[in-house]
Design a protein around this ligand. Sequence first.
Ligand code: ME8
Length: 660
Amino acid sequence: MKFYITTPIFYPNSSPHIGTAYTTIAADALARYKRLRGYNVYFLTGTDENAQKIVRTAEARGMDPKTYVDGVVDKFKELWEQLEISHDDFIRTTEERHHEVVKEIFTKLYEQGDIYKSEYEGWYCTPCETFWTENKLVDGRCPNQDCGREVELLKEESYFFRLSKYQDALLSHIRSHPEFIQPASRRNEMIRFIESGLEDLCVSRTTFQWGIQVPFNPKHVVYVWLDALINYISALGYPNGDRYNKYWPADIHLMGKDIVRFHAVIWPIILLALGVPLPKVVYGHGWFLSKEGGKISKSRGNVQDSFELIRRYGSDAIRYFLLRELQVGSDGTYSEDSLVERLNSDLANDLGNFISRSLAMIVKYRDGIVPTPSVDTNLELELKVLAREVKTAAEERMDSFDPAGALEQIWRFVARCNKYVDETAPWALAKKEDQQERLNTVLYTFAESIRILAIFCYPFMPGVPNKICSLLGQDSNLIKWEGLECWGVIKPGSIVEKGEPLFPRVDMSQFEGEAEVVEVKNISETVNKEQVSANEPVQVGNVEQISEFEPIKEEITIDDFAKLDLRVVKVLKAEKVEKADKLLKLEVELAGEIRTVVSGIAQYYSPEELVGKSVVLVANLKPAKLRGITSQGMILAASHGEILEVLTVDKDISAGARVK
Ligand code: ME8
């Protein structure tokens, strides 16, 4: 019953923003959830300080790197405090405890022949802290889609790490542990990437001295990524510390998709070389994009001052918004408008309103004293059953690292509570002498539902349960996950108060005249943009970038394209193909002709959803047999990550029409 969870250690070259906050909040929600479920949790976060870009940024400020990072690290710590992040440890890679372990590991790998000395000649992108070969550059600049900045030519003596030696062992681990890299789309990317061949990685630098010295050759400092990844065990006191023995291997390394490769390739290979067990899960979530579409990052200048956002909307609302918005496997959009919209709808209208209304009624009709319930009707029973159902569903989502999915489930309960108020209409019961017992049951059900909500909210909005407990006149040890299965916990006779609304509605115009929150006012603000890093995707060694999309295929001519005969067809019938989870058998109409098409879309569409749709068929594709059924063509669909959408024609155009 232990659970070790980590965030990436962030570069303290600029203040944390909504993107960095997301990973940390998501890890916090998982850590809090596991603690509630009785796990012995160790939650680690920290800062990655030995990067060349830190030296550059500090130099540009006329500061020494350590003084510079100390200032930014304080900002991180302060923000995590304001966001109620419950980490157990905060590791800084400038700390001695980390240096010692990195040195020990570097020496061991060298002594066993996995690190060797050679010479690196190639390009380096400092903002991305990445080595590039000439042929990967785009117009002589960093090929990283989110960077494009100038690269520098390096020709220096370097130590190299034999990634190639462990390629097969890594692939076999990934294949035999399907849960190791999640979500599945990232796993597939990684498999393709490793299969294309790993090159040995340059793991030391000689052109600056900031960082961890190679113990047997102090001219070199350890490459920042090798150094950084080791934090996950140095923080536990590897190789013999009690915490290391207790918590390793990590149950999950949580991060953005930009750095999955480092964690799914370099990190496991370091561990394989050391003979240390691999982490159980490497999970890469999507990015927050701005409304305009680019990744939220400091270098794009589209970040907002997180402290100001908290002042405006409160930490719980920001946590809720971020956790609810980023769906598994996809990117999400961040904007202040959408934050306010969710705050007003989900928190003020749905959650807050239910709590205020129902407490106000206990105060109004029973002087704030929770009454003794009488007999339950179906309405109460339904609510109790739903609480259990939602508990199970939320557990499933949280156990598969899906806080957005868990919140979606919990909001089913919130919606049901609001409906319950309307269905029971306590204001009408209050007027009838013979309905007072019924009113007691309804008011008691309110109190219990609020208690249930307090527990559900705890992992996501840790400020809410305490406020609720105090409104309900209860002790906060009421917050127990098992409490979701009980009914009747609140003692009749308890005194509740109406209190202030938990989430007052916000009108953005109330901030008019105040400074815009766009653009962080922080320590690195004045630094030349070229020199300030971004929190951008970074490349591994001398390897090609893997985009989240497949590469564009080879060019074709218009004549090649004209060979395809694409037609609108109408789906007349659809059914599952027996013993084939992924296949649907469709009957489609094409200008009077009926065709059978077998399509691998059963995991995305139920048969009923497809009937009646006008979809696009590759009509001149050579028929093929699938599971004994002859498929006469192929339906077009768009897919990305875990989403798949069949292409449909929305105007009523006749079946048989050509698509060109
Ligand atoms: O990469 N949306 O640090 P970093 C979602 N030091 N998450 C985002 C985001 C966005 N727009 N922007 C940043 C590093 N992140 C290394 C890590 S670990 C051994 C070393 C989050 O400061 C996301 O978790 O550039 C991403 O992976 C991380 O910040 C990058 O942080």
